[in-house]
Design a protein around this ligand. Structure first.
Ligand SMILES: C[S@@+](CC[C@H](N)C(=O)[O-])C[C@H]1O[C@@H](n2cnc3c(N)ncnc32)[C@H](O)[C@@H]1O
Length: 260
């Protein structure tokens, strides 16, 4: 991150901090409930321990793998990477993991899609939050996919199907409609827009899409801004690091900044 990016991030955070709402002033019942109940959902201590244990296991790994880069690359990592570094730098952080857990635990979506498995940190959280859901997670890099497979098997999550392929190939083969989607793959502006376009055929009016890293780069910020303006999505919710995207065509188009 260069200083200009840091400064932009700080400015954005100030605006978010000063203008994001908690339940007061939110008139949409769906977003009010999200803010008042879902984002505050307690996570049991046993679930918390399992979420932390999965990530810590990876952070304590002494293995390295050679990765094939499918995304926007890492600002910090080379192609030969330690599992511990991937988990720390590219893996979902505890705030995002807790958010995913709360959303999936509350709404109990039946079919979940994750684009960008990496080491399975978020996959594990969603599988724990909704043991009866079917979770499909897609990762292009073979070595990373193999590590996710190994670690998820250790935690005996039986409701996950891991696919090692490019997202585009997954869409070509898929005929499922998803209730919840975690978009955490390619962090390039055009790639995000393209993923959202492709997803159109595989979501319904109430599908919840969570897009990660909406302020990761100026490209991601533009992709998020275009998503807010997209007439196909009537509800967009800025949670600062992540954004929620829903069609909800019966609801008046509105963008929300919600404190999380
Ligand atoms: C930020 S990481 C995902 C982190 C993960 N969701 C977690 O919870 O730790 C993004 C992953 O998406 C994969 N990826 C990016 N673009 C892809 C594409 N077009 N097809 C397949 N995989 C892709 C990368 O290889 C990388 O492992």
């Amino acid at each position: 991150m260069n200083w200009r990016h840091h400064l932009d991030w700080l400015k954005d955070y100030l605006v978010y901090f000063l203008t994001a709402k908690n339940r007061h002033g939110i008139h949409s019942p769906f977003v009010y409930n999200l803010s008042d109940v879902v984002l505050k959902l307690p996570i049991s201590s046993s679930a918390q321990e399992e979420l932390i244990a999965y990530k810590n296991d990876l952070i304590n790994s002494t293995e390295s793998i050679v990765i094939e880069d499918f995304g926007a690359g890492s600002r910090f990592l080379k192609d030969k990477r330690k599992i511990s570094d991937i988990a720390r730098i590219s893996g979902s952080n505890m705030k995002t993991i807790s958010l995913l857990y709360r959303l999936v635990n509350f709404y109990q979506p039946k079919r979940i899609l994750e684009l960008g498995t990496s080491l399975g940190i978020a996959t594990n959280a969603m599988a724990l939050a909704a043991p009866n859901a079917s979770i499909y997670s897609v990762e292009g890099c073979a070595a990373t996919h193999a590590q996710a497979k190994k670690h998820l098997a250790k935690y005996q999550r039986n409701n996950i199907e891991l696919h090692q392929m490019n997202f585009a190939n997954f869409f070509d083969q898929n005929d499922q409609v998803f209730d919840f989607v975690f978009l955490d793959g390619n962090h390039r502006e055009e790639a995000v827009i393209e993923m959202l376009e492709k997803l159109e055929n595989f979501i319904h009016d109430e599908t919840i899409i969570l897009l990660d890293d909406i302020r990761w780069s100026s490209g991601m910020k533009r992709a998020w801004q275009k998503t807010i303006e997209n007439q196909n999505y009537h509800v967009t919710v800025d949670l600062f690091k992540t954004g929620l995207i829903l069609k909800r065509k019966h609801q008046q188009k509105e963008h929300f900044l919600v404190k999380y």
